[in-house]
Design a protein around this ligand. Sequence first.
Ligand code: ATP
Ligand code: CA
Ligand code: CA
Length: 411
Amino acid sequence: RVLMGTKVSEGHVNYVTAYNMLTGIRVSVSRCNGKVDRPLNDEDFVAKNKLAFDVSGNELTPSARYDFKFKDYAPWVFRHLRELFKLDPADYLMSLTSKYIVSELGSPGKSGSFFYFSRDYRFIIKTIHHSEHKMLRKILKDYYNHVKNNPNTLISQFYGLHRVKLPFGRKIHFIVMNNLFPPHRDIHRTYDLKGSTQGRRLQPQDSKKAVVYKDLNWIDAGESIMLGPTKKRQFLDQLEIDVALLKRLNIMDYSLLIGIHDLTKGNTENIRDNTLQVFEPGSATISQTKVNELRKALTTASPTALAQLDLVLNQYERNDFIFYADSGGFRATNENNEPLNDIYYLGIIDCLTPYTFTKRVETFFKGLSNAHVTISAIPALEYGDRFFKFIKSVVVSKREGQQNVIGEETA
Ligand code: ATP
Ligand code: CA
Ligand code: CA
């Protein structure tokens, strides 16, 4: 039940698309990275570079296996964003293009977007609707400034905005962003929270493989985000700042995606073994047990190899970021700020939907189905307030009822 996806190798229906996306990224990103760094200017935010690939190649673009056109949007801005997000440029290209194998999650949402993982599972490529593409271009400056002023933002980290077009084909817009979930730990429960109740319960038959629960499941299960005073303040302060931006930009329909790793459960060996089949051996997707075994063996045999192993694993720690610092996530704490057994992997996702677009779609569906059904197409301000209020209400420093068990507090 892990969100791993199926391998996109030759013969897969989306192989050509994935190949073109990765080839385009490789060529355009390495071209921009190859230049001497310089400060951003206003034009950088609206810039777009076109590349035409064909089987024979020319002096500007190397030959590719297929004919296609590629557009890179605001390359300099994304170069600077990747730097703010502390990505190593060589690493980024390696992850996305070292081999043309990515895995596809298919289309988990209702939107029809496709998701691909980089082969090391660190990055996600998501195809987006044209309205989302326009939104990101419109807000790019605000987003950039927000990231600059809020290095710990919970909003999705965007690393690139691109488009591919096949001859006579559709234009496919896509973004590259961070995968919130780690390659080296099982996620035991996953929730996509919006703070709304309308249709927010996943029924058992709703899903077969990857189970992503919703608000009402969260409430049914009596879940909470356990954070002591220090982490609670860090988290809610950042969330409030992030939501304020989304409200101001008239964005809605985003969620807090939260994956919970329970350290007492650890990793399931056979899930990891499947993972190894999906991903090439040599990628960092290996089990914690295997890592520990390796570490032990290397301590005496080869200290340099041990250092290398730690270097690779550190890519997932991301110690520079508060919410991704505990093994890639944010560890639960108790009322004394002491660590608990859950690690939260969380962030605000799907945050490029303009209010007008949601409204149009929902009005359309409303017209088709039952007119009496009340549908929550509420403006961005209300959406943001409701979202923040809900998340705030589920962050607790002490579990309900625990005080009675311990008996240190009276009602
Ligand atoms: P819809 O508009 O119907 O909600 P969508 O196609 O826009 O769907 P998202 O809401 O962005 O898709 O994501 C769908 C699911 O994909 C999420 O619930 C989550 O399981 C997974 N997902 C999305 N973004 C990330 C991410 N950054 N890291 C890990 N998983 C993600
Ligand atoms: Ca969504
Ligand atoms: Ca969406």
